[in-house]
Ligand binder design. Sequence first.
Ligand code: AMP
Ligand code: ZN
Ligand code: FE
Ligand code: FE
Length: 274
Amino acid sequence: MQKKADLHVHTNLSDSTFTPEEVVRYATKIGLAAIAICDHDVVDGIDPAVEEAKKHGIEVIPGVELSAEYRNRELHILGYFIDHRNKGFRKKLQKTCRARIGRIHKMLAMLKKKGIDLAPEDVFSIGGEGSVGRLHLAVAMFKKGLVGSVPEAFKKYIGDGGPCYVSNFNFTPERAIYEIVKAGGVPVLAHPYIAKLDKAIPHFVKHGLMGLEVYHPEHSPSTVKHYEDMARQQGLLITGGSDCHGQGKSRILMGTVSVPYEIVDRLKAAARAE
Ligand code: AMP
Ligand code: ZN
Ligand code: FE
Ligand code: FE
């Protein structure tokens, strides 16, 4: 059987409901050969996942999903095979995590004006010790009965560009790419369909972008074809993953999108060549 890898998995250090150990056990159960832990702006889920993986013979790839802002849009840059112990890199992530806390307070103030009254603790008690974000806020709104569902929270209030959306990220995409490369990683544009910034991709390539996440649950077959073609034209690596958030999405997505293990070898080679 062909070895498969899911190159985009979250843990509860960001906004999944699964601990790093649960992520590894689930990935083992469904027969994946490798997973990349790519939490939003935090790398603390990697070491516990690596430890657990030793018991199961599965490979854990150190990764990250950096938030960046470009022309009033939120954009995510994945970093593969980063040195997650790099002190300078970790310091920058800590700064982003602090900004994320401030951003929740700002969004809560905006929601209050719309009649949605939540205490900061309602959100922070859901977010773990890592990075806090909009999925935690949406779950808090749902739990309090302030919206009928998590997607409704995004649709009505906190989705990209929504009335209570706050961006508040430190990095431009160029900077995020630079920081990933500096930490020894391979920078890849996450779910480009969601980012909707095709025209800017050649510019990001000039700044060191090395890949596109072509396979993603929100990419239709025609979207996949579109980004496969673009990756070839631009000489970029092709990656893919499920963006699994445990029970944080309507279902457990891990393994529903995966790539052949050769892609992992290509990412490793690219990281070594830097
Ligand atoms: P943040 O990093 O705080 O901006 O939150 C980003 C996370 O919010 C993504 O990883 C998604 O899990 C989630 N998200 C963004 N937009 C939506 C949406 N429309 N519906 C459900 N979840 C969303
Ligand atoms: Zn997320
Ligand atoms: Fe993302
Ligand atoms: Fe993600």
